[in-house]
Design a protein around this ligand. Structure first.
Ligand SMILES: Nc1nc2c(c(=O)[nH]1)N[C@H]1C(S)=C(S)[C@@H](COP(=O)(O)OP(=O)(O)OC[C@H]3O[C@@H](n4cnc5c(N)ncnc54)[C@H](O)[C@@H]3O)O[C@H]1N2
Ligand code: MOO
Length: 419
């Protein structure tokens, strides 16, 4: 009897029959619906608040500017005194400088020396640039007309006291710190850092720097995930490598649940003999999403371990990174008190050709050169060099797509994910 080979695996053309595949958008909707902040609140001074997540809406304590002031170095006057054509105006004694205001009111028909940022003296509503006048020290000569309010800034024209300046959930930027300072807010309620436990699984893994057996590989996922968490503004808790042993892994997960708000594991997420993570998580009965219609990264085990959410990332480093960026990053953002994070996408012409099959969303390692998206030469999920070569991802939609050079595709720079 001759053995017949198994029927052609249509893995590359269609999705395996009888398997429930979860679309990326459905998974994201489910995550954004179910997750909420889990971190406490602390009050920090501005110097410690960069990259932290606001825990409340912030209200301006003071207007910016607090009083009307001059936008230029020049001369202040009353607009009603200005006529059309050439004219001269006597100067009053004194001046108004930033931090040294002129205390009196400007008499009718006069002008006053005023410097940038100086409070406008009473009755002054218009300022002429010093380049536009001549003076002998006693009076100034210039041409009218001038626009009422020229070179003057109104009180509160930037921000009015009492206005909401920043929303809860916002990640504070350097510019936000300037806004807070200017409006009289010196300390802010922020979320405590989200503690993210990181565990790699697999007997094949060795620690970078240690000697490795020929059959071992160095653990690449942990340094990557640690660094990604740092860039996202979370606090990584590195728990090391768990062996392929169910009880040992259980111990790692128990420790992780103790010490963290969320657990990121990599490896062991699919259904092989040594994929203990999936088996353990199934045991808890709290696993709620499973096979994703995404490439790379099909096996993604999501669940709760003693109430602490686990993202069981696939072991292949490319899949681990893509799943972190697409699923874990926005989900962890919600846990950390951030607003839902949807990265900014660019529409750019492709510098490549590809025939994409329907059924799952694909992410390709990509970078922009000369305004076009180039993709890495291989789609292999273990090709770490491509992750490092890339500067972002090309996102291809769930359906089929014929791409030729010049077809518009979606590019998401790593920076848009917060990397
Ligand atoms: N019969 C099937 N086999 C596989 C399927 C499948 O659907 N049917 N899916 C493949 C896909 S896709 C992926 S991704 C992997 C995911 O498997 P696991 O999450 O269980 O991960 P492992 O098997 O433990 O590892 C996969 C791969 O990645 C390497 N790895 C793991 N951890 C690290 C690390 N920290 N640093 C560097 N490299 C790591 C590991 O050695 C393996 O080569 O399953 C496929 N198989
Ligand atoms: O998730 Mo796997 O890495 O798609 O190849």
């Amino acid at each position: 009897m001759t053995l017949t080979p198994p029927p052609l695996k249509d893995d590359c053309f269609a999705l395996p029959a009888g398997t429930q595949w979860t679309a990326v958008d459905d998974a994201l909707t489910s995550l954004s619906d179910r997750l909420h902040p889990v971190t406490g609140i602390e009050v920090l001074p501005l110097e410690a608040a960069l990259n932290r997540v606001l825990a409340e809406d912030i209200i301006a304590q003071r207007s910016n500017p607090p009083l009307p002031n001059s936008a230029v170095d020049g001369y202040g006057m009353r607009h009603v005194d200005i006529i059309d054509g050439p004219q001269a105006m006597p100067l009053v004694a004194g001046r108004s400088a930033a931090g040294q205001p002129f205390e009196g009111a400007l008499p009718p028909g006069h002008a006053i020396r005023i410097l940038t940022g100086a409070t406008l003296p009473k009755k002054v509503d218009t300022v002429i640039l010093q380049e536009d006048i001549t003076t002998d020290g006693q009076q100034i000569a210039f041409h009218g007309p001038l626009k009422k309010g020229a070179n003057a800034r109104n009180a509160g024209e930037d921000v009015a006291a009492g206005a909401q300046i920043l929303p809860s959930g916002r990640i504070l930027t350097p510019a936000d710190l300037a806004l807070l300072a200017a409006t009289g807010v010196a300390q802010v309620p922020v979320r405590k850092l989200l503690r993210v436990a990181i565990v790699s699984t697999g007997d094949e893994l060795a620690e970078p720097g240690d000697p490795a057996r020929p059959d071992q590989i160095y653990d690449a996922n942990r340094p990557m995930l640690r660094a990604m968490c740092q860039r996202f503004g979370f606090h990584p808790v590195d728990l090391g490598r768990a062996p392929d042993d169910r009880e040992a892994l259980r111990g790692f997960l128990d420790a992780a649940a103790e010490q963290s708000d969320v657990i990121l594991t990599s490896g062991g997420a699919s259904a092989g003999d040594e994929d203990h993570l999936a088996a353990l998580m199934n045991e808890t009965g709290a696993m709620f999403l499973w096979r994703m219609a995404i490439k790379p990264g099909r096996p993604l085990a999501l669940g709760l371990w003693h109430g602490t959410p686990i993202f069981g990332l696939p072991g292949n480093p490319v899949a681990a990174m893509v799943c972190t960026l697409i699923f874990a990053r926005p989900a962890m953002g919600l846990l950390a008190g951030q607003n839902w994070h949807d990265p900014q996408r660019l529409s750019v012409p492709a510098a490549f050709a590809k025939s994409k099959k329907p059924g799952r969303r694909e992410y390709l390692r990509a970078r922009l050169r000369n305004g076009k998206a180039e993709v890495f030469s291989s789609e292999g999920s273990g090709r770490i060099s491509g992750l490092s070569w890339a500067e972002g991802l090309v996102e291809l939609p769930d359906g089929a797509l014929e791409i030729s050079e010049g077809t518009l595709v979606t590019f998401i720079p790593y920076s848009a994910f917060g990397l």
